[in-house]
Design a protein around this ligand. Sequence first.
Ligand SMILES: *Cc1c(COP(=O)(O)O)cnc(C)c1O
Length: 392
Amino acid sequence: MAEGLQTVESGADPMLAGCRLSVNLDALADNYRTMVRLSGKAKTAAVVKADAYGLGVEPVGKALAAAGCERFFVTWPEEGIALRRVDAKSEIFVLGGVLEEHAAAACAEANLVPVLNSPQEATVWMEYWRKRGGRRPCAIHVDTGMNRLGFPVADAAELAVAIRESHVVTPILIMSHLACADDPRHPKNLEQLGIFNRVRQGFPGVESSLANSAGVMLGAAYHFDLTRPGIALYGGAPAGMPNPMRAVVTAEALVRQIRFARAGETVSYGATLTLRRDTAIAVASIGYGDGFHRCASGSGVPLRETSVAGGHGFVAGQRVPILGRVTMDVTMFDTTDLGPDAVKPGDWIELFGSNIDIEEAAIAAGTISYEVLTDLGRRYYRRYVGGEAGSG
Ligand SMILES: *Cc1c(COP(=O)(O)O)cnc(C)c1O
C-alpha cells in the first residue's frame, strides 16, 4: 500500500471491477474546516446519514472526528450504532427519533441522542427512562414550515413543560430544518427564522440549530449554536454555482472497447440516437446498475420531459458526451473529437470528480448531487485517499 493511501475494500477486486470510486478524505476534512469557518461562532456538526451520503460512514466519520468534529447526525438508530462502533466519544443525534421502545433501547445502549419529532416519540423516550430512572438527553425538532418531521409549533410549549416535569429527560438541543435555504431570496427563509426564534424562547438555556449546508451560507442569523452541514462536506455546492467546495469523490468507469460507427447508424436501446457523423465510441463499464442514472442518457434521447443536455464523461483531457441510452452495465461515450488513439480499452473515464463537477453531473441526470452520491452502487471498487493514514 502506498504511503498516504488508505485503502478500504468494498468487496470488489480492483482488478475485476468495472468502475471505481476514489474518496479523498483530506478534501473532506478541508470542506469540514471550510464549514467551521463559515459557521462563525457556532459549533459545526456533520450530517452522516445514509452511510455518509453513500461514501461510507466509518471512514468518513473517522476522518471528520480527526478534523475536530464532535457532533454527528444520522437518521436511523442503525446508522448511529454503525458510527458508534468507530467513534466512542462523539455526540450522535438520531434525526429519525424513537417511535417505540425497541428503538429507545437501541439508542440508550449505543448512547445516541434521539431527536424527538412528535408527542408520541417524546412519550416513548420519557417512558423508557421513567421505568429505569436517571436523566437522559434528547433533542427536539420543531417543524417551522416543511411539514416533514418535527413538533408542530403549537405543541412545542406544552412539550417543554411536559419534559421539564418528567425529570427524566433533558433537552440539549432544539432544532428545525429549512425548506428553501438553497434559494437565499426565498421569503420562506426569514419566515422560518422568525418562527424558530419565537419557539426557542420556550426552551431557555437549550442550544439551538437551524442551518444545513445551504443555511450556513444564509449568514450569522441562521447559525445559532450548532450548524448541520451534510452535502457541502462531500463536495456538493451548499448553494448555487460556482461550487466553492473541494471535490471529494471521483467516480470512474473502465473503457472496454472502442468502436467505430458510421453516420446514420444508431446507438443503444430503443435506437433512439442516430449518429450524425462517423463516430468513435468508447464503451464503458458503468450503468444504472451502479447508480449511474439512466436519466443521464445522451442528449436528444427521448426518455425524459426536460430538455437538459445529456451527461458527459471526461477522458484524455476532454469532455465526451454520452451516446444514446445509459444501460444497466454499459454506457457509450463519443470520443470522436479526441483523435484515433487517444482512448484505449483499459483507460478510465471520469463520470464526475475533479474535472466534471458533481453538480453538473446531477443536473445532466435531472437530479441533485445528494441523489448522485446516495445512489452510488455496490459494484464500485472504493479507494479512500488521505485521512488519518495519510497524516501518520
Ligand atoms: C439532511 C439534513 C441536513 C443536512 O443537509 P445538507 O443540505 O446536506 O447540508 C441537516 N438537517 C437535517 C434535519 C437533515 O435532514
